[in-house]
Design a binder for this molecule. Sequence first.
Ligand SMILES: [Zn+2]
Length: 56
Amino acid sequence: MVAFTCRDLGMDCSFKTTGTTDSEIMKKFIDHAESVHNMPVLTADVIFKVKTALKK
Ligand SMILES: [Zn+2]
């Protein structure tokens, strides 16, 4: 089980998600970032931060 919250990135957002794999979380976060944070494209920096913030 992998868990991620937007707060882990320092964002003022209550989004949290869980999944079984890193890529599942990334997919959910990409959808969320696009619709809520107006970030259709994640920079390498953001992707790195998400991966670092994942809790297993
Ligand atoms: Zn968020």
